[in-house]
Design a protein around this ligand. Structure first.
Ligand code: K2U
Ligand code: ZN
Length: 167
C-alpha cells in the first residue's frame, strides 16, 4: 500500500469528469487500498479518485467513529435524493483549512458496485449522505467551493495559491 498525492485546488485536474470503472480487477483493488490509506492518513472521511488524479468513478468513505468501516463505491449513481435539504459546514482534502456552508439533500439512495463486483444499494442520511454527495461531485469535476460566492471562491483560490507557493 502507498499514500497518494492529493490534488490541491485550484489544480485544473480537479475539474476532470471521471469515466466509469471498466473492471473490478487487481489494479482497482490496489488503488482502493491506496486511497483508503491516503484518506485515513489525511484524517478525511471520504476521498474521490479524482482527488488523486485518477479519473475513474470511484470513491472511498468512512464516517465510522472507529475509522474501521470503509465504504467503497464503484460507478456510484444516485437513485434518489430527498427534496428536504440541509446546510452543512463542509471541508475538502483538496482545499485544506477552508470550511463553509453547502446546501445538499438530507438523504440519498445510491447504487454502486462493491469490491466484490456486485451491485449494492445504500440509503444514507446525515453525515454519510453529505459525504456521498460531496464525493460524487468530485467525480463530475465539482469542488465544494463552487457552491460559494465568486468573492469567497476567489479569496480561497488566492489563499490556496499562496499556500502552495509557501508564502
Ligand atoms: O472529499 C474530500 O475532500 C473529503 C472530505 C469529505 C467531506 C466533506 C464535507 C463533509 C463531509 C465529508 C473530507 O473528509 S473534509 C474533512 C472532514 C472531516 C470530517 C468531517 C468533515 C470534513
Ligand atoms: Zn472534497
Amino acid at each position: 500500500m502507498s499514500q497518494l498525492t492529493i490534488l490541491r485546488y485550484p489544480d485544473p485536474r480537479l475539474h476532470t469528469v471521471a469515466k466509469p470503472v471498466a473492471a473490478v480487477d487487481a489494479r482497482l483493488k490496489s488503488l482502493v487500498q491506496d486511497m483508503l490509506e491516503t484518506m485515513y492518513e489525511a484524517e478525511g472521511i471520504g476521498l474521490a479518485a479524482t482527488q488523486v488524479d485518477v479519473h475513474e468513478r470511484l470513491v472511498v468513505i468512512d464516517v465510522s467513529e472507529g475509522r474501521d468501516q470503509p465504504l467503497v463505491l464503484i460507478n456510484p449513481e444516485i437513485l434518489w435524493a430527498s427534496d428536504q435539504t440541509q446546510v452543512n459546514d463542509e471541508g475538502c482534502l483538496s482545499v485544506p483549512g477552508i470550511y463553509d456552508g453547502v446546501e445538499r439533500s438530507s438523504a440519498v439512495k445510491v447504487q454502486a458496485l462493491g469490491l466484490d463486483g456486485k451491485q449494492q444499494t445504500h440509503e444514507a442520511e446525515g453525515l454519510l449522505a453529505v459525504c456521498i454527495q460531496h464525493e460524487m461531485d468530485h467525480l463530475i469535476g465539482k469542488v465544494f467551493v463552487q457552491y460559494l460566492s465568486p468573492l469567497k471562491r476567489n479569496r480561497i483560490k488566492t489563499k490556496m495559491v499562496k499556500q502552495q507557493k509557501g508564502e
